[in-house]
Design a protein around this ligand. Structure first.
Ligand code: PMP
Length: 378
């Protein structure tokens, strides 16, 4: 099998799974119970939380565990807009956001919030001057993703955070789901940061919302105080400890992995550039982990199925987007409708081997030629 859909999810690291199993078997107590088993679990929970805090260079009290980035994004956006609704009713975001950011914002729009979308430059970077011009006295929240899931465009969130810091009443949320573990991150000027463990070889079902201590929020769930007042439910100890491990492992090797993946990406790009009907949609502003292309004249679903026959797994757009819709991200970049509706995402990992890429390119060539022929015949 050749798996090239790492941006949808990553396979769990064996050591991470081992940690999950050991903690599940050996720490049976609820971390909120006062007996010894509970206290043992609480001690381990605090250790794992401190470890995550140290890796991300934040106060461990700023960590809120969630079921994943979808929950983190919903909690951040709805939680802020609900808590501070007397402060203002204006949200600024981009057309490059994941559905778990776009949908809660649309929900709030229906409830009376005003939403502005920052213009994008031709390379997909947000137009910072336009962002500044959109700010009004009613602007409450700015939500911008760190790395876009379809194309891999990386936004300068540190610089944006620096600008927004001067506006004391604006809260800055960043969806970091496709960034954490792939690049070094600096959360100094970011108020809220969302991510999911399964994007960095952790388990599915756990994520975080980092929330700076000076910021308040309405919780999504009302129940008992669990680890903190923002997320009720029994502390998910094995998931937390295994996420801390996954984060530590992946953050140890960010630079080397980046260089290695860049090399794989360049190899694929160089090969695909020779096909006349292929457009490479990802540009130099994109992380090398994602390579988005369009094959003109071949439906992406047809091509993906054709590659699957050879046990090669790539994807159309992002796993959470609607297959029937043209890519909002590509349309936002003024790519023509054909490109936007025919895009394919190849996503890479440090686990991807050169041999896998060679096989991928061989089968790509075979299917490209055969499928084009079939579509011509029809
Ligand atoms: N944001 C981005 C940028 C993503 O890529 C994803 C997952 N595709 C999410 C949020 C949602 O993550 P999850 O499905 O783990 O909740």
């Amino acid at each position: 099998m050749i798996y090239l859909d790492y941006s949808a999810t990553t396979p769990v690291n064996n050591d991470v799974l081992d940690t999950f199993n050991k903690v599940s078997l050996n720490y049976i107590g609820n971390a909120n119970s006062f007996h010894k088993l509970g206290l043992d679990s609480k001690k381990l929970l605090d250790e794992a939380t401190n470890q995550i805090g140290t890796i991300l260079k934040i106060d461990s009290k700023e960590i809120i565990y969630t079921s994943g980035a979808t929950e983190s994004n919903n909690l951040a956006i709805k939680g802020i807009c609900s808590f501070y609704n007397n402060r203002g009713n204006h949200i600024i975001t981009t057309k490059l956001e994941h559905s778990s950011v776009i949908e809660p914002i649309k929900y709030l729009e229906k409830k009376g919030f005003l939403v502005s979308y920052v213009n994008l430059l031709p390379n997909g970077m947000i137009d910072i001057n336009h962002l500044k011009s959109l700010i009004t006295k009613d602007t409450l929240l700015v939500s911008i993703n760190h790395v876009n899931s379809e194309l891999g465009i990386k936004q300068p969130v540190e610089e944006i955070g620096q600008i927004l810091k001067a506006k004391k009443t604006i809260i800055f949320h960043v969806d970091g789901t496709q960034a954490l573990g792939k690049i070094n991150i600096d959360l100094a000027n970011i108020d809220l940061y969302s991510f999911s463990a399964h994007k960095f070889y952790g388990l599915k079902g756990i994520g975080c919302l980092i929330k700076k201590r000076n910021i308040k929020m309405e919780p999504l769930f009302h129940g008992g105080r669990s680890i903190n007042e923002y997320r009720s439910g029994t502390p998910m100890l094995p998931l937390v400890v295994s996420m801390a491990k996954a984060l530590r492992l992946v953050c140890n090797d960010v630079e080397n992995n980046y260089k290695y993946i860049l090399n794989l990406n360049q190899k694929i790009k160089k090969n695909l550039m020779k096909y006349k009907n292929i457009d490479i949609n990802s540009n130099d502003e994109c992380l090398p982990h994602i390579l988005n292309i369009s094959i003109k004249g071949i439906k992406p679903e047809t091509f993906i199925r054709a590659m699957e026959k050879h046990n090669i797994y790539i994807s159309t757009k992002s796993a959470c987007s609607n297959l029937d819709q043209a890519s909002a991200a590509l349309l936002a970049l003024n790519k023509d409708a054909l490109n936007a509706s025919s895009s394919i995402r190849i996503s890479l990992s440090h686990l991807t081997t050169n041999k896998e890429i060679e096989s991928f390119l061989t089968f790509f060539d075979k299917e490209y030629n055969e499928l084009k022929f079939i579509e011509k015949e029809q």
